[in-house]
Design a protein around this ligand. Structure first.
Ligand code: UD1
Length: 371
């Protein structure tokens, strides 16, 4: 009997960081693995350079769907993905996170579940912001409903799924896969010394990431955050690696003059960003992954959102929420609070299962369900 593939899907920057250790663990155990890139992210700095930084092999196939509205992007992925799924006929489809690629592929596989005998595993299942205006919340909840195996990163995620009536036998707590990548790449990242490269190594500096539509797609909201950054630049250097969505909006709204005094770069590679976060006094972000990475690094983090689907980073980590709605004064106040907090040592206080061994538990869970 030929062993059927495990197909692993990735589409956007945060997905690559999650699938890299899963693919390498599957291949270490000599399990046939098919890596599919949807092409949701395609620019060199959003895709190729991340693959390089992670030491990840090239995908077996790239659907090259590119950008578009949510419906266009999701529909394009679904149409192209169906053809590949039918031809590969994997035993397991592994989807990660909460981006459009995650939901699109899970939805296709769920309609072909019986015909192809494919089982869907969702890595990072059970996170909930309970904010239905976020596309990611829609993607998460629906992907969880469609999945056969729900692999959770934290105990709160397991509790969310049980509260939603998902059978406990379909849920396995595996811990946080992003942290595997962090531990695997930290030494190399430190060697890059990004703070020195950007000339911010000799003073305390903050790192900012911002890309949520709820923060950057409305001019008054984006302006409030930029004014907040202007007010902290007196006390610390501010490094702002800018996501392409944010760059586009800033130009559209004529807000470029609000960047004076900040160190602005394009999107950074994984290693560059890790090196920069590791040396930071404070990180301000609306990204989910950054809340988790700062927790493990022990760096104080301020989350620029109304809520977080990662409450474990508030309870066991270094994260705190900015006062909502975001304002210049609120951002300045919470930044100073964070600045006066002690930095923790690597892994000093982290949620259970954020230990760098999630990939082993994920592949164990898949193997336990192999037929
Ligand atoms: C997507 C995810 C979000 C994730 C983020 C990480 C969804 C719904 N959103 O948001 O959860 O946190 O990725 O980056 O899936 N663009 C480029 N080059 C690229 C990709 C995008 O220039 O390689 C520009 C395009 O102008 C595009 C815009 O960025 O329209 C937004 O890209 P898109 O993939 O639609 O969403 P993100 O904002 O990146």
């Amino acid at each position: 009997m030929t062993l059927r593939h495990t197909m692993v899907v990735a589409g956007a920057r945060p997905n690559f960081i999650k699938v890299a250790p899963i693919v390498s663990e599957l291949e270490r155990r000599c399990l046939p693995t098919y890596l599919l890139h949807t092409g949701q992210h395609y620019s060199t700095d959003m895709s190729d350079s991340i693959f390089r930084d992670l030491g990840m092999r090239a995908p077996d196939h790239n659907l090259e769907v590119g950008s578009g509205t949510h419906a266009q992007q999701t529909a394009r992925i679904m149409e192209s993905f169906e053809r590949v799924l039918v031809s590969v006929r994997p035993q397991h489809l592994v989807v990660v996170g909460d981006v459009n690629s995650t939901l699109a592929c899970a939805l296709v596989a769920s309609k072909l579940r019986e015909e192809l005998g494919v089982r869907i595993a969702h890595v990072e299942a059970g996170l909930r912001s309970r904010n239905w205006t976020m596309p990611e919340e829609i993607n998460r909840v629906l992907t969880d409903r469609l999945s056969d195996l729900l692999l959770t990163p934290s105990m709160d995620a397991t509790a969310n799924l049980i509260a939603e009536g998902i059978s406990e036998e379909n849920i396995t707590f595996v811990g946080n896969i992003m942290i595997d990548t962090l531990y695997l790449r930290l030494a190399v990242a430190k060697g890059i010394d990004m703070p020195a490269r950007l000339g911010v190594h000799s003073k305390p500096y903050a790192v900012v990431t911002l890309h949520r539509p709820s923060n950057v797609d409305a001019p008054e909201k984006l302006r409030a955050v930029l004014e907040g950054l202007q007010s902290i630049v007196r006390d610390a250097a501010v490094v702002f690696p800018m996501h392409p969505r944010t760059r586009r909006r800033l130009t559209e709204f004529g807000l470029e003059n609000h960047l004076s005094g900040l160190t602005v770069t394009g999107p950074l590679g994984y290693l560059e960003m890790l090196s920069l976060m590791d040396g930071a006094r404070v990180v301000l972000t609306d990204s989910g992954g950054v809340q988790e990475e700062t927790t493990v690094l022990g760096v104080p983090c301020v989350t620029l959102r109304q809520e977080t689907e990662r409450p474990a980073t508030l309870q066991h980590g270094t994260n705190r929420m900015a006062p909502w709605p975001l304002s210049a004064a609120g951002i300045a106040a919470v930044f100073h609070e964070a600045m006066n907090t002690r930095r923790l040592a690597l892994g000093e206080r982290v949620p259970e299962g954020w230990d760098g061994r999630a990939r082993e538990r994920i592949v164990d869970a898949l193997a336990a369900r192999a037929t």
